[in-house]
Design a protein around this ligand. Structure first.
Ligand code: PMP
Length: 405
């Protein structure tokens, strides 16, 4: 008997997964060569499962800023901002984010996960209602748990269902906070934000949008889905992360709420953890400048996303609904997913294996994410490997036969 016996079913399932080949949840890179290539067991692989949407992880300006900061300020802050104080970079980052979003206030967190954990648990508590899209990220669900608000889930991307659930709450005491994501991390689909805002306007609810996967990716200025949909004034809180298009780690929240700064002394995942290290803040500040000023990155990303999406669909794979930097390939079952994941890796393509219950509709997914840094040749190479693996494993019909569905 051991404390971990309660995980026996996961232990069995995980060992079954590892029996199929490499361990998809413990891949070890020997070296990372660029935003789009790494070496794994002595072989080069194309990275197709990072969230490095703009390819900024090796951007010379970001790297130099990081090196300078570590020399000037040291390797870490060694404490939280309420205990050990803020460094200049933290304040500069908050000012820049507030300016970037045209909001009065910004607050940075050590990870995007902690931003959701902190903000959600501090905005709504016992007696309040948190109305979440059913496909919300784990950090949103965990933030809900930490805050003890009542969680009400509405059907994924279904504003009518949201409307019904808000109607049912009429006359009930407590605040309401609606939470949606700009781009959903598993299928790459965007929230119908205009319609969600219409529903919000008919109620007294607040709206928070997690733009983790859409910041730097969507919008002329890179501010995300709320910018594209022209509804920024209706979004009360935006949460995001530095770990995707900005190429580092960290999280943030921006808002116009006059009392926003009280969050600094009531938000446990901000108060009781060490603040962002100076090197990370410095590279992120530079990356945000690139998001704002480099108008070539988003079109490149979009072109790559479309190339992969159209290519996979033309081959007969089932993907998410529309081109997006996240292209999810739906697998018929777990053995097919494991076989394909291993075959793709063997063919030099690394991507994410996403399994139920973390996936919508409990379907296994090969989750790809595209970068502006991928070349069209790399995308074509990926498509060739997909085609080869799909035919080898019978996920695609052998050439000459029609796809059965
Ligand atoms: N929100 C969403 C929608 C996410 O997909 C993620 C991470 N995948 C996070 C928040 C957490 O961000 P981070 O990994 O930077 O902590």
């Amino acid at each position: 008997m051991g404390l971990l016996d309660k995980h026996v079913s996961q232990i069995r399932a995980y060992s079954g997964i590892k029996d199929h080949g490499a361990d998809p949840f413990n891949v070890r890179f020997d070296r990372v060569l660029s935003p789009t290539e790494a070496e794994l067991n002595g072989r080069r692989v194309i990275l197709l499962g990072t969230n490095n949407y703009l390819g900024l992880t090796f951007d010379p300006e970001c790297v130099d800023a990081s090196i300078e900061a570590v020399r000037a300020w040291g390797t870490g802050t060694t404490g939280s901002r309420i205990a050990n104080g803020s460094f200049g970079g933290h304040l500069a980052m908050e000012q820049d984010l507030a300016r970037f979003y045209g909001r009065k206030h910004a607050m940075v967190f050590t990870t995007g996960y902690q931003a959701n954990l902190g903000v959600l648990s501090a905005l709504v508590g016992r007696g309040d209602h948190l109305i979440l899209d059913a496909d919300s990220h784990a950090s949103i669900y965990d933030g809900a748990r930490l805050g003890h608000a009542e969680v009400i889930r509405f059907r994924h991307n279904d504003p009518e269902d949201l409307y019904k659930r808000l109607r049912r709450l009429e006359g009930t005491p407590g605040e309401r906070l609606i939470v949606v994501e700009g781009i959903y991390s598993m299928m790459g689909d965007a929230a119908p934000l205009k319609e969600i805002v219409d529903v919000k306007r008919q109620s007294d609810a607040y709206l928070l949008v997690d733009e983790a996967h859409s910041m730097g990716v969507l919008g002329e200025k890179g501010r995300g889905l709320a910018e594209v949909e022209g509804v920024e004034d209706d979004v009360d809180f935006i949460v995001g992360t530095f770990s995707k298009s900005l190429g580092a780690i960290g999280g943030f929240c921006v808002s116009n709420d006059d009392d926003f700064d009280i969050l600094r002394v009531v938000t446990r995942p901000y108060m009781f953890t060490a603040s962002l290290p100076p090197a990370i803040v410095a590279s992120t500040l530079k990356a945000l400048q690139r998001v704002e000023n480099d108008r070539t990155l988003r079109p490149q990303l979009q072109a790559n996303a479309e190339r992969l999406f159209r290519g996979l669909n033309a081959l007969g794979f089932t993907t998410g609904p529309n081109p997006s930097p996240i292209v999810a390939v739906v697998m018929p079952d777990l053995p097919a997913a494991l076989g394909m994941w291993n075959a793709l890796l063997g063919g030099g393509v690394y991507l994410n294996l996403a399994l139920p219950p973390a996936t919508p509709n409990n379907r296994p997914l090969l989750r790809t994410s595209v970068s502006a840094a991928h070349t069209p040749e790399q995308i074509d190479q990926v498509l060739d490997v997909f085609e080869w693996a799909g035919r080898e494993l019978g996920v695609l019909p052998v050439q000459g036969q029609r796809a059965s569905g």
